[in-house]
Design a protein around this ligand. Structure first.
Ligand code: F6R
Length: 605
C-alpha cells in the first residue's frame, strides 16, 4: 500500500527520492517523508500530498536516503505517524509497508527497557528493535529484529553512522532491488525505478538485501546466501507518465484500444480459431481435463472474474465459481477433483489474493495467474500464467486492467473451448470477434465528449443504481464501483432481475439509474426493468447499441456503443461507464487519480 524508496550512491539522494515518491504517489498519499544521510542524518516529514513535503524541504545533502508515501493503517494521519521512523538516538531510520501484528507486545517490552516512542504506529517498534540490537552492523541488527516480528513487512533501514549501505527485507509486502549506473536502489514498486533501469530483482519473503552504491547481496534471515535472477520489466518510463493527459485515469481509459491490442497480440490463431497461450501451455493437459474452474480475485479484478465466469461456462462448457479472495481465504473450502484455479490481479501483490493462492497451492491445486505486473508475487508463485501486457496502471481506479483481464479471459475461454468440443467454425468466429474488440474500444472512446456532457447533468446526485444482466451484470457492478471510488457518490450495482426483490424501493426522482443494456439475449428483460423504473419517475441513463431508438425513447439520456458479440460485450461496454465516472468526479472538482482513503495496491490484509 505505502510507497517505499531507498537509495545509496554518488548522486544527491533527495531529488532521486522525490521523483521516485512522485511515481509511487498512487500507493499512498496521507503523508510523506524522507531522510537523507550526509555529514549527518536529516529527516523531513509532512502530512498530505507530496507537494506539501516538497514545500518544506530545504537543502538535504547526502548520497543515501529513504523515502515513504504513507497509507495510514495504525495511527491517524499526522507528522508524528509519517515515515521514516527513528530510534531514541535519531540514528536508525526505517520506512515500512505492511502491518506488524505483534507490535503492541513488542512496544510495551521496549518501553519497559526504556525506549521512548513518539508515534502511534506499528512501524516505530522496528526502529527501536533495530536500535536494541545495533552494535555497528545494521544488517545483523535488522535480521535480529525481524526474527521477533510477526506480520507483514517491506522494510528498508539505514543508519546515520553508515552512509554507504541500506538494508531491505520482505515479508508479504513487495520490494524490488536495482543496482545500476545511478547507484543502488530499493523500492516497493518497479514504477519508481524504471527511469534508472529495466532490470530488477524481486525479493521473496524472509529475504534481506544489503545494498551499496555498486553492488548488493541477498541472504535469508539466517545469513544463508540466496542467488537471484534479474527480471526485465517490459515497459518504459513513458508508460509511467501522463503523456499529455490531465490524469493517469483518463490516459488509461483512452489507451484501452492499444492495451487490448497488446493483450491479444500473438495470442490469436485466426485460421485455426484457437488461442495461443504460451504461458499456460505446460499445463495444457490439466486445463483440458478440468471439471471446474475457480477464479479468485478482489475488487475490479473480481468483477473481471465474473465476466470470465460467463465466458468460460458458455464457450467451454465448464462450470466456474468466482470467489472474493478476502472471503475465500477464510472459507476453508475443500478442493474438488479436477478443479483448477485462476488468480486475477493487476498488481500481483494483493494480500488476500496472494494468501488464497498460497493456500490453494498448499492443498495441491493447479494455480494459474492473470497478472499485469511482471515479476510480481502472484506471477511468480502461480504454476503458470498469462501476463496482461497492459502497461503500468497508475490511476488508483482500475480501468485498462479490467478490460485487459476480460479479454484474456475470453482468450482462455477460447483456449479451453477449442480443446473441449467447441467447433472449428465457432472458434474461428469467436477469434475474429475478439480481434475486433480493440477497434470497438477506440470507437467508443470517440463518444467521450458526449458522455462528459451527460456526466455534467448527473454530478450532483447523491445516489446511483447500476443495473445489468448476464454479461452486463459485472459491468454494472464495476460501473458502480468506479463511480463511488472516485466521485464519492453512493452507487450500487445490481442484477436487473433482482431489482424487484428490494432495491426498487429506493427509486424516486432523486435516485437515478444507469442501465447497461446493449443488444443481447436478455435485452427484452432489461427493457421491462427500465419500464418499471420509469413508472416510479426514476431518472435514467442507458447504454444501448447504436441504432436502438426504442431505448432512447424510454430513458432520459442514452449513450451508444457499436454492436458487439454478446459474449464479448462486457470488455467494451464498461468503457462508457469509466468515462462517465471520470467526468462526474472531474466536475465535482475531485482528485481523480488519488481518491480519498484508497491505495493502488492493497498489500495488507
Ligand atoms: C478498483 C480497484 C481495486 C482493485 C483491487 C484488486 O478500481 O482498483 O478494486 O481491483 O484492489 O487489485 P489487484 O487487481 O491489483 O489485485
Amino acid at each position: 500500500m505505502c510507497g517505499i524508496i531507498g537509495y545509496v550512491g554518488e548522486k544527491e539522494a533527495c531529488p532521486l527520492l522525490l521523483s521516485a515518491l512522485k511515481r509511487m504517489e498512487y500507493r499512498g498519499y496521507d503523508s510523506s517523508g524522507v531522510v537523507v544521510v550526509g555529514d549527518k542524518a536529516r529527516c523531513v516529514k509532512s502530512v498530505g500530498k507530496l507537494d506539501n513535503l516538497k514545500e518544506k524541504l530545504e537543502d538535504l545533502p547526502g548520497g543515501l536516503g529513504l523515502g515513504h508515501n504513507r497509507w495510514a493503517t495504525h495511527g491517524v494521519v499526522s507528522e508524528e505517524n509519517a515515515h521514516p521512523h527513528t530510534d531514541c538516538k535519531g540514528d536508525i531510520f526505517v520506512v515500512h509497508n505492511g502491518i506488524i501484528e505483534n507490535y503492541k507486545e513488542l512496544k510495551s517490552k521496549l518501553q519497559e527497557e526504556g525506549h521512548v516512542f513518539v508515534s502511534e504506529t506499528d512501524t516505530e517498534v522496528l526502529s527501536h528493535l533495530i536500535e536494541k540490537f545495533f552494535e555497528g552492523d545494521l544488517e545483523s541488527a535488522v535480521k535480529k529484529a525481524l526474527k521477533l516480528v510477526k506480520g507483514a513487512y517491506g522494510v528498508v533501514a539505514a543508519t546515520g553512522s553508515d552512509p554507504y549501505k541500506i538494508v531491505a527485507a520482505r515479508m508479504f509486502s513487495p520490494l524490488v532491488v536495482s543496482v545500476n549506473s545511478s547507484g543502488g536502489f530499493v523500492a516497493s514498486d518497479p514504477t519508481a525505478l524504471i527511469s534508472h533501469s529495466r532490470e530488477m530483482v524481486f525479493l521473496e519473503d524472509e529475504e534481506v538485501a544489503v545494498i551499496s552504491k555498486d553492488d548488493f547481496y541477498i541472504t535469508d534471515l539466517d545469513n544463508v546466501a540466496v542467488e537471484k535472477e534479474k527480471t526485465e520489466i517490459d515497459w518504459s518510463i513513458e508508460d509511467a507518465q501522463k503523456g499529455g493527459y490531465d490524469h493517469f485515469m483518463l490516459k488509461e481509459i483512452c489507451q484501452q484500444g492499444e492495451s487490448l491490442e497488446n493483450s491479444i497480440r500473438g495470442r490469436l490463431d485466426l485460421e485455426e480459431g484457437r488461442a495461443v497461450l504460451g504461458g499456460v501451455e505446460d499445463k495444457k493437459e490439466e486445463i483440458i481435463r478440468a471439471k471446474k474452474v475457480s477464479i479468485i480475485a478482489c475488487g475490479t479484478s473480481y468483477y473481471a472474474g465474473m465476466v470470465g465466469e460467463c465466458m468460460i461456462e458458455e464457450m467451454a462448457g465448464v462450470p466456474v465459481e468466482v470467489h472474493l479472495a478476502s472471503e475465500f481465504k477464510y472459507k476453508k473450502q475443500p478442493l474438488e477433483e479436477g478443479e483448477i484455479f485462476i488468480f486475477i490481479s493487476q498488481s500481483g501483490e494483493t494480500a488476500y489474493t496472494l494468501a488464497s493462492l498460497r493456500e490453494v497451492k498448499e492443498k495441491g491445486g493447479l494455480t494459474l495467474g492473470i497478472v499485469n505486473v511482471v515479476g510480481s508475487s502472484v506471477a511468480r508463485e502461480t504454476h503458470a500464467g498469462i501476463y496482461n501486457h497492459a502497461g503500468p496502471e497508475i490511476g488508483v481506479a482500475s480501468t485498462k486492467a479490467f478490460t485487459s483481464q476480460s479479454i484474456i479471459l475470453a482468450l482462455f475461454a477460447l483456449y479451453m473451448g477449442r480443446n473441449k468440443g467447441m467447433s472449428f467454425e465457432e472458434g474461428v468466429n469467436f477469434a475474429k470477434e475478439i480481434k475486433r474488440i480493440p477497434r470497438i474500444a477506440d470507437e467508443i472512446l470517440e463518444s467521450k465528449e458526449e458522455i462528459s456532457e451527460i456526466a455534467k447533468k448527473y454530478k450532483d446526485y447523491s445516489n446511483f443504481l447500476y443495473l445489468g444482466r448476464k454479461y452486463s451484470y459485472p459491468v454494472a457492478l464495476e460501473g458502480a464501483l468506479k463511480l463511488k471510488e472516485i466521485s464519492y457518490i453512493h452507487a450500487e450495482g445490481y442484477s436487473a432481475g433482482e431489482m424487484k426483490h428490494g432495491p426498487i424501493a429506493l427509486i424516486e426522482e432523486s435516485f437515478p439509474t444507469f442501465a447497461v443494456c446493449p443488444q443481447s439475449s436478455v435485452y427484452g428483460k432489461m427493457l421491462s426493468n427500465i419500464e418499471e423504473i420509469k413508472a416510479r419517475r426514476g431518472k435514467m441513463v442507458a447504454l444501448g447499441t447504436r441504432g436502438d431508438d426504442e431505448i432512447a425513447e424510454m430513458v432520459d439520456d442514452v449513450i451508444y456503443m457499436p454492436e458487439v458479440l454478446e459474449q464479448l460485450s462486457s470488455i467494451v461496454s464498461v468503457i462508457p461507464l469509466q468515462i462517465f465516472s471520470y467526468y462526474v468526479a472531474l466536475y465535482k472538482g475531485l482528485d481523480v487519480d488519488k481518491p480519498r482513503n484508497l491505495s493502488k495496491c492493497v498489500s495488507v490484509e
